[in-house]
Design a protein around this ligand. Structure first.
Ligand code: TYM
Length: 336
């Protein structure tokens, strides 16, 4: 039996942080041998917010190199750049024309981000989830491993599948395949270091709110030293009054590879003065091999280019076949 297919992606806006790693990429790596995987750098999504053309290409390469550094294995996985495959934009147009406007206006991320963009909010930001649906549906993906914040976008993708299959397909001949989200409980929502009630985010203006995968040890130490805590002695999970405590213990649990039960016992009598150096040391040790591998990949641009070329070739043939299938279902003529 052939393997099920996985697709996921990250935007090349700034560095990857621990939320991206623990909520998404770590899960891609752990399960990759079970699936046929496609991981893209979603650079078309990156221009839905104001962007810097001088750094877009370099940021795209950085993310691709970080995929490899985090352990994406080309034996099981393909890495490619979204904008290198025109079918992503073309399917987006077709799906736009069957997606009701109010579905997009209801998206939480759109509502939050439009406040930040003010009156200059662009159409791309509204349309962002349809482009994401195209990324997934072009590959007939079975599973989409993401963090908790993408759940609503996955639900929208599933609604689009129901609608297109209902309007243009049949039960025996669906036009598009129904994908499922893969959201692991642990790490699905990593919170900010400066406010345990807000998610860790690339767009947070406070650099101290996140640990980036490429942060040097002294910066990691500084960020953890200054992170928000509380005056209570003894550390515990799952106390809603202590969101920072829960978040930092969760980070320690995942980064150390220990179980939640073991960490609960280990830290129950600790104060912050004892815990913070422990978390610092653990985070630095967990990120060291990623940072070393990243440097090795970046030192060999030819290799990175060949990875993206191979990835594009494998991805493009699948994407084009799906696009042709959708166009046929919608009644388009074939060029002669
Ligand atoms: P992006 O680039 O914002 O984030 C990439 C991945 O990281 C996860 N994530 C988090 N997980 C836990 N805690 C956090 N604080 C945290 N912050 C981010 C996200 O859930 C995501 O899995 N729209 C997507 C990119 C995308 C995509 C796709 C994903 C485009 N096309 C197709 C899957 C399939 C986004 O902006 O992710």
């Amino acid at each position: 039996m052939s393997k099920q297919r996985v697709l996921s992606g990250v935007q090349p806006t700034g560095n990857l942080h621990l939320g991206n790693y623990l909520g998404a990429i770590r899960n891609w790596v752990e399960a990759q041998s079970e699936y046929e995987n496609f991981f893209c750098v979603v650079d078309l999504h990156a221009i839905t917010a104001p962007h810097n053309p001088a750094t877009l290409a370099a940021d795209t390469y950085t993310i691709a190199a970080l995929y490899l550094a985090c352990g994406i294995d080309l034996q099981y996985s393909n890495i490619f750049v979204q904008s290198h495959i025109p079918a992503h934009s073309e399917l987006t147009w077709l799906l736009n024309c069957i997606t009701p406007l109010n579905w997009l206006e209801d998206m939480i991320q759109f509502k939050e981000k439009r406040v930040r963009q003010g009156k200059d909010v662009n159409v791309g930001l509204l349309d962002y989830p349809v482009l994401m649906a195209s990324d997934i549906l072009l590959y007939d993906a079975d599973k989409v491993p993401v963090g908790e914040d993408q759940k609503q976008h996955l639900e929208l993708t599933r609604d689009i599948v129901i609608r297109i299959n209902h309007q243009f397909g049949s039960e025996e001949h669906p036009v598009l395949k129904m994908p499922e989200p893969l959201i692991r409980k642990e790490g699905a929502r990593v919170m900010s270091l400066t406010d345990g009630t807000k998610k860790m985010s690339k767009s947070d203006p406070t650099e101290m709110s996140r640990i980036n995968l490429l942060d040097p040890p002294d910066l990691i130490q500084k960020k953890i030293k200054r992170c928000k805590t509380d005056p209570v002695k003894g550390l515990e999970f799952d106390n809603p009054e202590r969101p920072e405590c829960h978040n930092l213990l969760t980070l320690y649990t995942i980064l150390s590879g220990k179980t939640k039960a073991d960490v609960a016992v280990e830290c129950q009598d600790m104060g912050w003065g004892q815990f913070k150096p422990l978390l610092t040391e653990t985070a630095i040790a967990a990120l060291k091999p990623i940072q070393e591998k990243y440097q090795a990949v970046m030192d060999d641009q030819g290799y990175l280019e060949s990875v993206l070329r191979d990835g594009r070739q494998n991805a493009e043939s699948i994407a084009n076949a799906t696009l042709a299938r959708v166009k046929k279902a919608l009644g388009y003529s074939v060029p002669v």
